[in-house]
Design a binder for this molecule. Structure first.
Ligand code: HPA
Ligand code: ZN
Length: 346
């Protein structure tokens, strides 16, 4: 392990902002800022049911995952054209690059959009074009991960998978998102088996609000390589031991957990406990437009609340590259950049 030199606590936020990192858990539809909601609505001749940007932003107060999902899905109604998806993704990638994100694996879904008449092709083409441009403009690399919506049926997930196959080469993997309670991972066993056979990388949201059993079944039934959230694992010591032993990464999203009341305060968040148990945890923004911050805000607020140190910072950034789906040569390159950042920072 790279031994980090001690740092004055007041220098830590600057290091967190400057250090290279990967972001592995963010939903591109969750990066739709209220300003862009209004701009896209106007461009598409639609009416937003709020008088202005401030009123919309002030509606972003949630009791739990479902209350968030209702507003989040309403926001997606303004996304109609390929250019809309391009503009949303380009804005996120510019913002992420400013947070020193070198690599982003981005969730999107098509079921929300096909549900109101926008084709999967329009969604993927716009997102992909933004990824290509962002690589050239900001040097950021990306991968697109299609999330099935777990509140919909297995049959609908199969249909969704079929619809994206013409653009298979533009996609990195598949995941599972939306309302967790009552929709265990095993509902999608056959869809994930098919995606696996097609060569998709596999991830799933599990143990955000749902029980540790959902994490076990995401691993054993869906055969996912990474768990999104997974914070309920702390309730199950055998699971914690397995995650650490098998180096199964968790993509943790502290501000999301705070806003959706998974933890009453950030001081009570379990990520420190996870790191100290040797789990490959990473920090991510989930839905930054809704939860009060992009990835660096997640870092700075969590570090302050939990009293984390420069050594934890190195661990989290290193974990983010290890947990990513980039090849080993590029992982080594990013880790060298991380090490150079720590060695030259003072
Ligand atoms: N959980 C489940 N589904 C989601 C989330 C989340 O945090 N964000 C967007 N879709
Ligand atoms: Zn998520």
């Amino acid at each position: 392990m790279f031994k980090v030199k001690p740092l004055e606590p007041d220098r830590l936020p600057a290091l967190l902002r400057l250090m290279p990192k990967a972001e592995l858990h963010m939903h591109i539809e969750g990066s739709l800022e209220p300003e862009l909601v209004f701009a896209l609505a106007q461009r598409n001749g639609l009416v937003v049911p709020y008088p202005d940007v401030a009123a919309l932003r002030s509606a972003y107060v949630f009791d739990d995952l479902q209350s968030f999902l209702d507003i989040y899905h309403a926001g997606t109604l303004v996304l109609r054209t390929e250019q809309d998806f391009y503009d949303m993704a380009h804005a996120y990638l510019a913002r992420a690059a400013a947070d020193r994100v070198l690599h982003a694996e981005i969730f999107f879904d098509t079921q929300t959009h096909t549900g109101h008449g926008v084709s999967a092709d329009v969604v993927i083409s716009g997102l992909h074009r933004a990824c290509v441009d962002a690589r050239a403009e900001f040097g950021i690399s990306t991968g697109l991960i299609l999330c099935f919506l777990r509140h919909l049926s297995e049959h609908e997930a199969f249909e969704c998978l079929e619809q994206v196959l013409p653009q298979r080469d533009l996609l990195l993997g598949v995941g599972l998102a939306s309302s967790e309670f009552g929709h265990p991972p095993e509902k999608f066993a056959r869809v994930f088996a098919r995606a696996r056979a097609l060569g998709f990388r596999l991830v799933a949201h599990a143990g955000e609000e749902g029980p540790p059993e959902y994490i076990w079944s995401a691993l054993d039934v869906l055969k996912v390589e990474r768990i999104d959230h997974g914070v309920q694992a702390v309730k199950d010591t055998a699971l914690m031991a397995r995650l650490a032993r098998e180096r199964i990464p968790l993509t943790v999203c502290p501000l999301s957990n705070l806003k959706l009341r998974v933890f009453p305060t950030l001081q009570q968040h379990s990520v420190r406990q996870m790191l100290e148990a040797g789990i490959v945890a990473t920090l991510n923004s989930d839905d930054p437009a809704y939860f009060g911050g992009y990835v660096n805000e997640n870092f700075t607020q969590t570090f302050k609340a939990l009293g984390l140190t420069a050594q934890h910072a190195w661990q989290l950034a290193s974990n983010s590259f290890e947990a990513s789906f980039i090849d080993d040569a590029r992982k080594r390159h990013y880790l060298e950049r991380l090490q150079a950042c720590f060695e030259t920072f003072d």
